[in-house]
Design a protein around this ligand. Structure first.
Ligand code: TYM
Length: 333
C-alpha cells in the first residue's frame, strides 16, 4: 500500500455526466484503483466558473459521488471527496497564482472555447481554472492523473508550475504525468463526429448521458451521424462517426477495437448502431440501478464524503504548510 504511487483525478459535478466522461475518465478510475493510492475528487469549485443553479449543483455533487461508487470505485480502497470540503485547494491556488503568467492561461484552448460559449460571463475564475486544477493535483504528491485528451494542456501547465516552484523554492512537488487512454480519450458527439461529446451541448441527441434510459440510448444511437460509405472499419480521420461508435462499443462490450470490427464485418450501419446502443444500455443498467439505490441512502454518501475529506485534508494540510514555509509565510507556533 505504502509503496504505491499516488493517482489523482476529478470530475466536475456540472450537468449530467456523459459516456465521454465514463470512457475517457471514470471507467479508468475503476481499472486503476488497485495499482495506485487513488484520490478521486468532485470538482465543485471548478463548476462555479460558469453560472450554476445552486440547488442543482448541490444535488449533482451528491449524485456524482453515488455515480463514482456505482461505477465501481471502492470507498474502502480510494479516497473520494468534494473539492470545496478541503480548503487547501483554494489556498494553494493563491500561491500558485503568484508564479503563473496571464499569457499561460490566456492561450489555454478550454479557456478560449469557454470564453466563446459563455461570452456574457468571462470571469477571472474561468481563466484561473487550470491553476485550481494544478493545486488539486500537486497537493497530494500525485504521480499520475488519468484524464481525457481535453485536459492534456492543463496537465502540462501543472507540470510547468511544479517545476517552476521547485526550482524557485527547492524540491517540493512531484511532477505528475497524465494517463490518457489510447482509445476513448476523446469520445465524439453523435450529432457531429468532428466535435467532442459534451454534456453542455444544446443538442440533446449529441450526447448520451449516464442517466439516460435504455429507449433514449438506443434512439440516440440510431440517429448517430456517420458517413455515406457502407463498410465498418476503424479510421478516426476518414470515418470519424463509425470509429467513434466502434470505440464506444469496444468499451461497453469489453472487446478490443479489432474484435469489434470483426464482429460487424459485412453488417449494415443500421444494425451496427442498434448493437452499439444495446451494448451501452446493457453496460449502464447495473450502474443506474446501483446509483439510484445509493441515492436513497444519503447518510451513507455523506459519511463517505466526510471520511474522504478528512483523509484528503490530512495530506493537503501537510503539503500546504510545507509550501507556506518555503515561500516565507511566518507561522506562530
Ligand atoms: P470534466 O468534468 O469536464 O470531465 C471529467 C473527465 O472526463 C473527460 N472527458 C472526456 N473524455 C473522453 N471523451 C469526452 N468527450 C470527454 N469529455 C470529458 C475529461 O477529460 C476529464 O478527464 N478540469 C477537469 C476536472 C478536474 C480535474 C482536476 C481533472 C478538476 N481538477 C484534477 C484531473 C485532475 C474537468 O473539467 O473535467
Amino acid at each position: 500500500m505504502l509503496d504505491k504511487k499516488t493517482l489523482f483525478s476529478a470530475v466536475q459535478p456540472s450537468g449530467v455526466p456523459t459516456i465521454g466522461n465514463y470512457v475517457g475518465a471514470i471507467n479508468n478510475f475503476v481499472k486503476l484503483q488497485d495499482d495506485y493510492n487513488c484520490i478521486y475528487s468532485i470538482a465543485d469549485l471548478h463548476c462555479l466558473t460558469v453560472r450554476q443553479n445552486p440547488a442543482e449543483l448541490r444535488q449533482a455533487t451528491l449524485g456524482l459521488l453515488a455515480l463514482y461508487i456505482a461505477c465501481g470505485i471502492d470507498p474502502e480502497k480510494c479516497i473520494m471527496f468534494v473539492q470545496s470540503h478541503v480548503h487547501e485547494h483554494a489556498e494553494l491556488t493563491w500561491v500558485l497564482n503568484t508564479i503563473t503568467y496571464p499569457g499561460e492561461l490566456n492561450r489555454m484552448t478550454q479557456f478560449k472555447d469557454k470564453s466563446r460559449s459563455h461570452a456574457d460571463n468571462v470571469n477571472m475564475g474561468l481563466m484561473d481554472y487550470p491553476v485550481l486544477m494544478a493545486s488539486d493535483i500537486l497537493l497530494y504528491g500525485t504521480s499520475v492523473v488519468p484524464v481525457g485528451a481535453d485536459q492534456k494542456q492543463h496537465i502540462e501547465l501543472t507540470r510547468d508550475l511544479a517545476i517552476r516552484f521547485n526550482s524557485r523554492y527547492s524540491d517540493t512537488f512531484i511532477v505528475p504525468e497524465g494517463i490518457i487512454p489510447k482509445y476513448g480519450a476523446k469520445i465524439m458527439s453523435l450529432a457531429d463526429p468532428t466535435k467532442k461529446m459534451s454534456k453542455s451541448d444544446e443538442n440533446l441527441n449529441a450526447f448520451i448521458s449516464l442517466y439516460d434510459d435504455t429507449d433514449t440510448i438506443i434512439r440516440k444511437f440510431k440517429r448517430a451521424v456517420t458517413d455515406s460509405d457502407t463498410k465498418i472499419y476503424f479510421d478516426p480521420e476518414n470515418k470519424a462517426g463509425i470509429s467513434n461508435l466502434l470505440t464506444i462499443y469496444s468499451v461497453f462490450a469489453g472487446v478490443s477495437i479489432d474484435e469489434a470490427v470483426r464482429q460487424f464485418e459485412g453488417k449494415g450501419y443500421g444494425d451496427f448502431k442498434i448493437k452499439v446502443g444495446e451494448a451501452v444500455a446493457e453496460g449502464l443498467k447495473p450502474i443506474t440501478e446501483k446509483r439510484l439505490e445509493l441515492m436513497k441512502n444519503k447518510d451513507y454518501l455523506n459519511k463517505v464524503m466526510i471520511d474522504g475529506a478528512e483523509k484528503a485534508s490530512r495530506i493537503a494540510r501537510k503539503t500546504l504548510s510545507k509550501v507556506y514555509r518555503k515561500v516565507g509565510l511566518y507561522r506562530a507556533e
